[in-house]
Every structure is written in C-alpha cells, then in structure tokens.
Design a protein around this ligand. Structure first.
Ligand SMILES: Nc1ncnc2c1ncn2[C@@H]1O[C@H](COP(=O)(O)OP(=O)(O)OP(=O)(O)O)[C@@H](O)[C@H]1O
Ligand SMILES: Nc1ccn([C@H]2C[C@H](O)[C@@H](COP(=O)(O)O)O2)c(=O)n1
Length: 224
C-alpha cells in the first residue's frame, strides 16, 4: 500500500519545511517540484538562453540531464553529475524562476517528469510532493491533498527571517506569486483539497495536521 501526499500553496507558506518533515515521519520520499523549475532556470542561465525566448527555454528543459534524489533527510538535485542543490535558492534564481514556470511548453515537460517521479514512488511506500499544481494538475488522484496558506505579510516576514534583503524578499515572495498565478491556481483549494491556514500555527502544528490526515487515510485503506 502506497500513499501520495500532495501539498500546494503560495511562496513562504511552509510547503518544503512541512513536506520534508511529514515525509521523514511517515517514511516516504520527498519531492520538491519547485526544484525542477529552479534547476531548469539554472540550466538556461548557464547555457546563455534568453528566458523570454519560450521555444529555446522549452527545448533546453526537454534535453537537460537532471536527477532528483528524494531522501527527506538529504534531498539533492543533480544537474549533469553536479550536485546543484545549494545553487537553487539564491536571489538570482528566485527572481528568474517564474520565467520558466510561466512558460507553458516548459511546464508540460517538467510536469511529465514530475508525474513519472510520483508514479515510480507508488512501487515503494509513497511520496510527499509539494509545489503549486500538485493537488490540481499533476497528482489530483493523490490520497491526501493539502493547500497551505498564510497572510502575505507573515510569508514575507518568514523569508526575511532567513536573513535576506527586504525589497528582494518581497519581490521573491509576492511578486513571484503574482507571476506564477497567471498560469496556475494556488490560492484557492480545489474540490477535495484540505486548506490549512498556517498564519498562526507553528511548523510542528502544521506537520501534525498533515500527518493526521495521512494516518486517517491509511487507516481507512487498511479497513477496506
Ligand atoms: N508555520 C510556520 N511558522 C513559522 N515559520 C514557518 C512556518 N512554516 C514555515 N516557516 C518558515 O518560513 C520559511 C519558508 O518556509 P518554506 O521554505 O518551507 O516555504 P515554502 O512554502 O516551501 O516556500 P517556497 O514556495 O518559496 O519554496 C522558512 O524559514 C520556514 O522555516
Ligand atoms: N508545481 C510547481 C512548483 C513550483 N512552481 C514554480 C513557482 C515558483 O516560482 C518556482 C519555484 O518554486 P518554489 O521552490 O519556490 O516552491 O516554481 C510551479 O509553477 N509549479
């Protein structure tokens, strides 16, 4: 019996933090689908591709050589045999990644990759996959589907707490959301998706809420 837990939400709602912790607690793989967009942006940058040229970006994305390692204790993104995980959350990548995420041809390529990763996890215990369109487009069949939300200012403050420049942070959170929301809905829960407003919750409280949803689902399946 495997389980897929899909978690979506705007930037800074805690998706990565919560998804990793839930995966570790339940012995599942962890899949940061945002990292597929980030590594695609890095690859295009390195190859000198103009991110406004949608055809060139899509072609570059469809031939890039990426491996996602899904251990929640140590998730790694490998590009052409190089561990690039630490390069994916720089301001440079955060400020350009939406150019890839709003490229519909690139989304189709990366979406196929994401579906393959999630399908492969079904051979094992399962996976926690987080992003923007996992509950609605990539894995609408997931056993547990959650939308995390939080007030805008709280999300900006969380990111500023990581030590970055305030203007850049605001753009990398709210500005990026505005661009990303032109191609995918991640502010409103689709039918059957459980919304958790994390504004006044601790990380542990959010993790517990998702673990409870998963345990309820596993118990229901076991009793069938
Ligand atoms: N419930 C919470 N309370 C306080 N801080 C939180 C909470 N959830 C997450 N954080 C903190 O907010 C910051 C952003 O969290 P995280 O990276 O998990 O968000 P995200 O939704 O994955 O963002 P992005 O989509 O930009 O990758 C981190 O510093 C994290 O520790
Ligand atoms: N399923 C997804 C995952 C991510 N994105 C976009 C949105 C972000 O701008 C970018 C990086 O995501 P993050 O690492 O900040 O979660 O990728 C998307 O459109 N769909």
């Amino acid at each position: 019996m495997s389980i897929v837990i899909a978690i979506d939400g705007p930037a800074g709602t805690g998706k990565s933090t919560v998804a990793r912790a839930v995966a570790a607690k339940l012995g599942l793989e962890y899949f940061d689908t945002g990292a597929t967009y980030r590594v695609a942006a890095l690859h295009c940058l390195r190859e000198g591709i103009n991110l406004n040229n949608t055809d060139d970006v899509a072609a570059m994305v469809s031939t890039m050589n990426v491996e996602m390692r899904l251990d929640p204790a140590n998730p790694v993104v490998v590009l052409d045999d190089e561990d690039v995980s630490r390069l994916l959350h720089t301001d440079t990548i955060s400020l350009i990644v939406s150019d890839v995420a709003t490229n519909l041809a690139a989304r189709a390529v990366l979406g196929d990759m994401q579906r393959r990763v999630i399908a492969a996890s079904r051979k094992g215990a399962g996976i926690v996959a987080e992003g923007r369109d996992i509950t609605s487009v990539i894995a609408p069949e997931a056993e547990v589907r959650v939308l995390l939300t939080a007030d805008d200012e709280v999300r900006v403050a969380r990111r500023a707490g990581d030590g970055a420049d305030p203007v850049t942070v605001r753009e990398a959170v709210l500005g990026r959301d505005r661009k990303d929301a032109t191609v995918v809905e991640f502010h409103t829960a689709a039918d059957g998706v459980v919304q958790i407003d994390t504004t006044d919750l601790t990380i542990d409280e959010v993790v517990l809420a998702v673990v409870r949803l998963a345990e309820a689902q596993l118990a229901e399946e076991a009793s069938e």
